[in-house]
Write a protein that binds this ligand. Structure first.
Ligand SMILES: Cc1cc2nc3c(=O)[nH]c(=O)nc-3n(C[C@H](O)[C@H](O)[C@H](O)COP(=O)(O)O)c2cc1C
Length: 174
């Protein structure tokens, strides 16, 4: 027996990532679960940000960001990153996360994340509550420990964080 529920995307679990925008000198971080791989040649990701996020303007101005795949050890930092705004909070100072320069984009990388993806914005699509940013992947960094003998990323070695609605919720009005 199935019950008819209100429309919702209900695609769980999904990846939970730390997005860094801005620059090494003036960075900002946010937590994102509305993110997916959407094309291969060239590799592209799509990420959806709710209107009003401070990061939205930084991404639109800079045209670049990094996607950093955290491990469960970063869950409390993610909670802070995803519930405070860069408008009034220095999230790098508050979390103590070390940032390192990217190879091709101005936005830096979260050093503690074993995988970092450098992205350059190509399209912006208005989805009413959210803007969908489509971006080309221009570089990937991976810790040696997550690579197999062929030098490919083996996700079983990454212990990536996934988002289930029950853990921490995206708060619409932050
Ligand atoms: C688990 C989790 C997932 C989130 N996913 C998204 C998301 O996909 N898109 C979004 O716009 N905000 C998302 N958020 C909310 C932002 O991370 C949050 O509003 C953050 O404070 C925005 O920071 P900013 O104002 O400095 O840009 C999420 C928050 C959490 C805790």
């Amino acid at each position: 027996m199935k019950r008819l529920l209100e429309p919702n995307t209900v695609l769980y679990p999904v990846p939970l990532v730390i997005v860094v925008c801005g620059t090494l000198e003036k960075p900002n971080l946010l937590a994102v679960n509305r993110i997916a791989s959407v094309a291969a040649e060239p590799p592209q990701v799509a990420m959806s940000l709710r209107r009003g996020r401070y990061s939205m303007g930084l991404i639109q101005e800079g045209g670049e960001f990094t996607v950093n795949l955290p491990t469960p050890a970063l869950l409390s930092a993610i909670h802070l990153i995803g519930t405070t705004t860069g408008r009034d909070t220095d999230k790098v100072a508050r979390t103590g996360l070390a940032l390192s320069p990217a190879a091709k984009v101005k936005a830096p990388l979260v050093a503690a994340c074993p995988i970092n993806i450098e992205c350059r914005l190509t399209h912006t699509i208005d989805l009413r509550s959210h803007l969908l940013f489509i971006a080309e992947v221009v570089a990937v960094h991976a810790e040696e420990s997550v690579l197999n003998h062929k030098g490919e990323i083996d996700y079983r070695r990454c212990n990536p964080l996934v988002y289930e609605a029950a853990i921490v919720r995206e708060r619409p009005n932050d």
